[in-house]
Design a protein. Structure first.
Lengths: 254, 293
């Protein structure tokens, strides 16, 4: 079966999740990935949304992070002070999903401004819960399509910290979580190098070359010696995505 | 609503209309626009369409926020025009969600600030010097701090309340409790006014005690196009359509003329929308519990 880049990204993200893990979910591909994992290899995944729904099992595709379907049938609904203090800062979140307009060499993410903060050329929405997810989740997974604009050498504004911020490391800054361990793109997967924190090419999707990925990144991208190939989505995964999880193709079409 | 806003919302006020995706009181925002309040400092985690409309209508001097997008649909274009082009000028004070939640928690506890383990490595404290640090007197750890937020007036939409304002909310709870208790004045807007016996039958569901409430307004469909769990669904088509409506300043002005200035109250708004029955919630009633002893 043929598949779209978005279907590949959702499938790859789903495979990152282990059964029983506690996941802070975002809308769009992260939500699809989590629900795909829940329907396949990880039925005991606990989905937490920053809006306060814990253990959500949405019966329809949530369009916003505060969709009423996240409440109906969930395990718990709490206020946002509880979500951020008693779940996230408490260290209960094992995986956080993040995306962004810009992601740089060290995995720093910008969702605030393109250009300067005082006089931006494009004003983006801002942090939401992303800054604290990037700091506290035990590991974060970033999902973003590759382009030179989206992957500059350094972001214009650090909204969510990666592995090296103005020369300082996460451990120097006292961050509890491991940060963005993987960046899932539409061409392959980048991983943070364990020593330097720099994003390197770890695996390629079928039919993609390392040069294609390098051309879409704003720094000299290093390639892991053993860049692995990635299994494309199988028929059961595609069927679930298309027929059950996103039947209108809201997030999967492109 | 007209009387409550006239009496309790004043030019220059710091105003909070809370509700995270759920229970956003558009009815109150529209009334504030109609009464042409000016120089407001608008605070909300997610400004959402309601503050986009209030910015476009010229009510806002300053915005205090943590995520300014159109949830699930795109941008807030009146906000973007103000920030990118200064049309109209808008002062910003920006946090993350945790920071805003912490500000309201400090406000509700009447403490000067709140501590949180956050912001290290981010540029947010550079953009906003009110995000500072403190050294813990017990462990020596350096923690982030944010100042208390104590609004002049907070407006909260609830499913139901009694005449004294004991307000019950279910579904997503956001930061309404913190915002109301941090505030000098509080307006509770409800889908249904109920007898106090209904409140007393299920006291655990009361989110805001009447002792903190200054006015109760009954305004069915008052949260549209956001939603009220158990009453009506979110109007996602409206949110998606806002992208086109707000992208162009003149089409946004036409929207305000027709749906805000062009109606006298919420009932006329609902009529102007062609009725909203299509959004009426399905039934998923829970069984209730035994409060006996």
């Amino acid at each position: 079966m043929t598949y779209s880049p978005a279907e590949m990204m959702a499938t790859v993200a789903a495979r990152e999740l282990r059964d029983g893990e506690v996941v802070f979910v975002g809308i769009g591909l992260p939500n699809l990935a989590c629900n795909l994992a829940r329907a396949t290899h990880a039925p005991r995944l606990v989905l937490i949304y920053e809006s306060g729904a814990v253990g959500a099992e949405p019966e329809r595709l949530p369009v916003s992070i505060g969709d009423p379907s996240l409440v109906t049938g969930s395990l718990m609904v709490c206020g946002m002070a509880d979500v951020f203090q008693f779940l996230l800062q408490n260290g209960r979140i094992e995986v956080g999903f993040l995306g962004g307009a810009q992601i740089d060499r060290f995995g720093n993410i910008n969702t605030t401004v393109v250009g300067s903060y005082q006089h931006p050329t494009v004003r983006l929405p801002g942090s939401g819960g992303a800054a604290e997810i990037a700091i506290h989740a035990r590991r974060t997974i970033v999902i973003s399509r590759l382009s030179r604009r989206a992957f500059p050498e350094a972001v214009d504004f650090i909204t969510s910290p990666g592995h090296r911020m103005r020369g300082r490391t996460r451990s120097e800054l006292g961050m509890p979580g491991a940060g963005p361990v993987r960046v899932i793109t539409d061409k392959g997967i980048l991983e943070a190098d364990e020593d330097t924190g720099e994003l390197v090419l770890a695996s390629l999707y079928p039919g993609v070359t390392a040069d294609e990925v390098r051309a879409a990144v704003g720094w000299p991208l290093r390639c892991r010696g053993t860049a692995l190939g990635v299994e494309p989505p199988g028929e059961p995964e595609l069927r679930l995505l298309r027929e059950v999880l996103d039947p209108d193709g809201l997030y999967l079409r492109s | 609503m007209r009387d409550a806003v006239a009496a309790l919302v004043r030019d220059g006020d710091t105003v909070v209309i809370e509700g995270f995706t759920h229970l956003i009181c558009f009815a109150a925002g529209h009334e504030i626009i109609r009464q042409r309040r000016r120089d407001l400092t608008l605070c909300r985690l997610t400004p959402d369409l309601i503050y986009d409309q209030m910015i476009a209508a010229g009510c806002a001097r300053k915005l205090v926020f943590s995520w300014a997008g159109n949830p699930g649909a795109g941008s807030l274009h009146a906000f973007r025009r103000a920030v990118e082009k200064g049309e109209p000028p808008l002062e910003l004070e920006e946090y993350s969600h945790f920071g805003m939640v912490a500000r309201l928690s400090a406000g509700a506890a009447r403490l000067p600030f709140w501590t949180l383990r956050d912001y290290m490595g981010t540029d947010l404290p550079v953009a906003n010097p009110r995000i500072r640090r403190v050294t813990c007197p017990y462990t020596g750890e350096v923690l982030a701090t944010v100042p208390a937020l104590n609004p002049d007036v907070t407006i909260v939409h609830a499913q139901r309340a009694d005449a004294q304002g004991n307000a019950q909310i279910w579904g997503l709870l956001g930061v309404q409790k913190e915002a109301a208790l941090a505030s000098e004045r509080v307006i509770v807007v409800v889908e249904e006014l109920v007898d106090q016996s209904v409140i007393r039958a299920d006291p655990n569901r009361t989110m805001i005690p009447g002792l903190a409430v200054d006015a109760v307004v009954v305004e069915p469909w008052g949260a549209h196009p956001s939603y009220a769990q158990g009453y009506y669904d979110r109007d996602n088509d409206f949110y998606i359509g806002w992208e086109a409506t707000s992208r162009d300043a003149s089409s946004l002005t036409r929207y305000l003329e027709e749906f805000v200035f062009g109606v006298r109250n919420r009932a006329e708004y609902v009529e102007r929308c062609g009725g909203l029955e299509r959004l009426r919630a399905s039934s998923r009633v829970c069984a209730g519990v035994n409060y006996g002893y």
